[in-house]
Design a protein around this ligand. Structure first.
Ligand code: TPP
Ligand code: SF4
Length: 327
């Protein structure tokens, strides 16, 4: 993108919406803002129709604030809840048919490389777990096998949320949803490990509970994709609507699962990626504290009250921390 594209043509100043003017004057383009600057600039994604307390909406907001060069980033989205946010996202983005996002991103990245040989254009896929790990898994993995220089981001709410709550391959074993009333019968698909063995040079699992860590993962993934090869970021994005908890509890859900080890943050670098990041960041890489930990995903654990066997589980399979009598 050229800076001139962000200017209002002379004579049109009076008729352009104030939101647009605000974006041009105070938006993040060419400024190098990050999540620490949130609240001080006009954001790429502000208003959206996603549910109150949606973890995915928060993850989207943080991801947008983490892009190293938003003016030269093209996001490829897919069908799902995140798609409802993209029409209100002030970033070049393309909607793809459900599951096809990594094929579309491949073509886009290749075309942009031919069209702009002297400029870096970051192509970032942002899609749900159903689009990435179920319907689009083969397409996603084949883009990794081909070593396409794109970043794949999965917003993992552990469900098909937009269609009312079916289980996805990323739902935990035992998870109960509106349209999975008897509980999921198999474990989460280990997509981060699949990404690693499929050739991704950088893989990270993060959540909106730790915004700086999320930012670092998104930036590292994009920088590695520019120079080395494919990258993958998985963001845990709890869904209050389908997992039936209060909107204010979304971040508690992340914390509960991080603490009980059922959804831990993690980072992997190939040697080439590690070398690059060390050079760019100019210091030793600070790894996530769970790096190398064996337990990656764990199935839902059933815990009961001492007395009655009736302790309620939230639908992620964790006991609410305020249910003090549950052990
Ligand atoms: C080709 C195609 N198949 C199925 C659908 C129906 N559909 C719309 S959203 C959705 C679920 C998306 O789930 P996920 O990718 O996990 O995203 P979420 O809604 O959970 O954010 C489905 C199956 C569709 N729109 N297009
Ligand atoms: S259904 Fe869930 S994931 Fe979708 S917008 Fe609502 S809270 Fe977010």
């Amino acid at each position: 993108m050229k800076k001139e594209l962000l200017r209002i043509s002379p004579g049109f100043e009076d008729v352009m919406p104030s939101e647009y003017k605000d974006l041009i004057e105070n938006g993040p383009y060419f400024k190098g803002y990050g999540v620490n600057d949130l609240g001080t600039f006009k954001e790429i994604l502000e208003e959206h129709p996603l549910c109150a307390g949606c973890g995915l909406a928060l993850a989207l907001r943080l991801t947008m604030a983490s892009l190293p060069n938003p003016e030269d980033t093209i996001v490829v989205g897919s069908t799902g809840c995140s798609a409802l946010g993209f029409p209100q996202t002030a970033l070049q983005n393309i909607h793809s048919l459900f599951g096809n996002q990594n094929a579309v991103a491949t073509a886009l990245k290749r075309a942009l490389t031919l069209r702009f040989p002297d400029k870096v254009k970051d192509v970032v896929v942002i899609a749900g777990d159903g689009a990435t790990a179920d319907i689009g898994l083969d397409i996603t993995m084949h883009s990794w096998f081909r070593r396409e220089k794109i970043t794949t981001t999965m917003l993992d709410n552990e469900a098909y949320a937009n269609t009312g709550g079916q289980e996805s391959g990323m739902s935990s074993k035992g998870a109960v949803l509106n349209m999975a009333p008897t509980g999921k019968k198999f474990s989460k698909i280990p997509v981060p490990e699949l990404a690693q063995i499929s050739g991704c040079d950088y893989v990270a699992v993060v959540s909106p509970y730790a915004p700086k860590k999320l930012e670092r993962a998104v930036r590292r993934a994009i920088l590695v994709a520019r120079e080395v090869g494919p990258t993958y970021v998985q963001i845990f994005t709890p869904c209050p609507t389908n997992y039936k908890f209060k909107p204010l509890e979304a971040l508690d859900m992340v914390k509960v699962k991080e603490v009980d080890g059922s959804y831990v943050s993690k980072e992997y670098f190939s040697p080439e990626a590690e070398e690059l990041i060390k050079r760019l960041e100019g210091k030793k890489i600070k790894r996530s504290r769970n790096y190398g930990r064996k337990i990656f995903h764990q199935d839902v654990r059933i815990r009961r009250t001492r007395s009655s066997n009736s302790c309620t589980l939230n639908r992620y399979g964790s006991v609410h921390r305020w249910q003090a009598n549950c052990r």
